[in-house]
Design a protein around this ligand. Structure first.
Ligand SMILES: Cc1cc2nc3c(=O)[nH]c(=O)nc-3n(C[C@H](O)[C@H](O)[C@H](O)COP(=O)(O)OP(=O)(O)OC[C@H]3O[C@@H](n4cnc5c(N)ncnc54)[C@H](O)[C@@H]3O)c2cc1C
Length: 505
């Protein structure tokens, strides 16, 4: 019988979200032959956009920090900077917070020094504490080497492995920090509003990891023209240029010929077998455990991963205005029903913490004003419909979604009365929808980043397999990309890494 030669790849990357795309492109750019596997029918993961009635909506990428900073540096290294264009928010240019209990809006300026000054003036009794927070936040960001790729050269010369680094602030929670300063609940809520962007409440996240996310968001937040699709299109063009092979509807179904805790031979779900030197798993930790053979994972490892707690997910609502609204802002507004973020982010809390993104999008028929809103929810909110196949036909589930959407519309109209009666909802999704498409348990930010937690990151029990992605280092597009940069360095070594890092201007 004729034997078919196995196709060989240097690295197989599993999962084509932003972390998988980043990893595949970095490896291909230093000459590796790369295979990218995606279980869905198309690539992009949470970066994907979808259209309803011709209007594009974002799934899991609405805004970002890092332009002119760490994001720009990563885009330069990947050689896709020109394709990723920021759109800055309406003046004053930063995010906004709406406190429902007193019907009051706080509008942030775009830059953090202006924000610090504005908040110190607004809360004079806590002005010293506010200034201290901004000083400490900056200290943490600046003393985390990975947050500035220009540091990499110095780090590499010392032969160090790139990592977040460990600071004293990694061992205390954000809440402990606030307690030490003696801050009021309202000021804590204002200073930690971006906890909604990593999904771990102040009582559980380390002060430093919170600051690694919040520093950039306090210092310049923007949308991207064409949202996550801009990244997917830029990656797809590069994937053709560097011959990255992409297989959708495909994953690793078995790791074969395991020797010395290494597998260089993989059976894929499309029925083929391939050989490879390395595999990088850019997927949720629970999906990683499913791929690793039981013979290499012990009980303690499996239990550790099972015990990881997911962050909340979102109920998302996607709407357009039925007529042009003159004073339509382009911005991100956090809606807090009470000025207490820990309460809002805790499970079973009846209070609402919601993000409202108001944007303008281009369609074939001209520009439309778009409203996307996200309300934190947990899997148990929807547990009863989890295993139902055709949820679109389920009357109870659809009624639940309709009631939820009505509540969100009321909240949006409270924040922006000019939109009252002028919103048309084109789509809604629950945490179940996110789970169906992303195999993520529906969590918006993967697993919670608990103080002292040993994340699944880097080398796995199969020694030529690595974990990256939003659950491994820091959540959000930037955290997911950074995790791939670090493991890329580990796989290819400093010399090859330097050839790409040189691109940073
Ligand atoms: C509603 C929502 C809004 C958000 N808004 C923002 C935002 O505005 N800005 C921001 O920075 N971040 C935002 N985030 C978070 C951000 O989307 C994520 O942190 C980031 O995109 C995660 O990237 P990733 O590559 O780790 O994972 P994912 O994007 O989840 O990609 C994982 C991919 O792997 C695939 N996969 C899973 N299992 C397997 C398997 N076994 N085999 C093969 N493929 C598999 C999935 O289908 C998916 O394509 C948001 C998230 C949500 C849910």
């Amino acid at each position: 019988m004729e034997t078919v030669a196995k196709k060989h790849f240097d690295t197989v990357v599993v999962g084509s979200g932003i972390s998988g795309m980043t990893m595949a492109l970095l490896l291909a750019q230093v000459g590796q032959k790369v295979l990218l596997l995606e279980q869905d029918h198309k690539i992009g993961g949470s970066m994907q956009r979808f259209k309803r009635q011709g209007v594009p909506f974002d799934t899991g990428f609405h805004f970002t920090a890092g332009f002119g900073d760490i994001l720009t540096q990563m885009l330069q290294v990947m050689d896709i900077e020109a394709a990723i264009e920021p759109i800055y928010f309406s003046p004053p240019g930063g995010a906004r917070i709406f406190f429902k209990d007193r019907q009051e809006m706080l509008c942030f300026p775009r830059k953090r020094n202006q924000l610090a000054a504005m908040l110190a003036e607004r809360y004079p009794e806590e002005s010293k504490l506010i200034k201290q927070f901004f000083k400490d936040e900056e200290y943490i960001f600046k003393n985390t080497p990975t947050m500035n790729l220009k540091n990499f050269e110095a780090l590499l010369c010392e032969g160090a492995v790139l990592n977040l680094g460990v600071l004293d602030e990694d061992f205390i929670t954000l809440e402990d920090y606030f307690n030490k300063l003696g801050m009021s609940a309202e000021v804590r809520t204002v200073l930690s509003m971006f906890a909604m962007c990593h999904g771990t409440p102040p009582s559980e996240i380390s002060f430093s990891n919170h600051c690694r996310v919040s520093y950039g968001l306090h210092n310049g937040i923007a949308q991207v023209k064409n949202g996550g699709d801009a990244f997917i299109q830029a990656f797809s063009a590069k994937a053709s240029e560097f011959n990255i092979e992409i297989r959708c509807n495909c994953t690793i179904s078995e790791c074969l010929a395991i020797k010395k805790r290494t597998s260089n031979s993989l059976k894929l779900s499309d029925g083929t077998e391939i050989s490879c030197n390395e595999a990088v798993l850019a997927i949720h930790p629970r999906e990683i455990v499913k791929i690793l053979p039981e013979s290499v994972t012990n009980k303690i490892f499996r239990e550790r991963v099972t015990e990881f707690e997911d962050t909340f997910g979102f109920f998302s609502l996607h709407a357009v205005t039925t007529e042009p609204i003159e004073d339509f802002p382009i911005t991100l507004t956090a809606y807090f029903s009470v000025p207490d973020i820990d309460r809002i982010m805790s499970e079973n809390c009846p209070d609402s913490g919601m993000a409202i993104m108001t944007t303008v999008e281009a369609t074939a028929n001209g520009k439309v004003q778009v409203v996307n809103a996200f309300d934190a929810m947990w899997m148990h909110d929807c547990e009863q419909w989890k295993n139902i196949k055709n949820r679109r036909q389920n009357i109870e589930y659809q009624a639940y979604k309709k009631a939820y959407a009505d509540k969100i519309i009321t909240n949006i109209e409270t924040v922006y009365p000019q939109l009252s009666g002028k919103l048309k909802v084109l789509e809604t999704a629950t945490i179940l929808t996110f789970n169906d498409y992303l195999h993520s348990g529906g969590a918006a930010y993967g697993v919670k980043q608990l103080v002292g937690q040993f994340n699944l990151f880097g080398k796995l029990p199969l020694r030529n397999f690595y974990a990256v992605g939003q659950s491994s280092l820091l959540p959000g597009a930037i955290g997911a990309m950074l995790s791939s940069f670090i493991i890329f360095n580990k796989i290819v070594g400093n010399e090859k890494f330097k050839t790409l890092i040189k691109r940073i201007t």
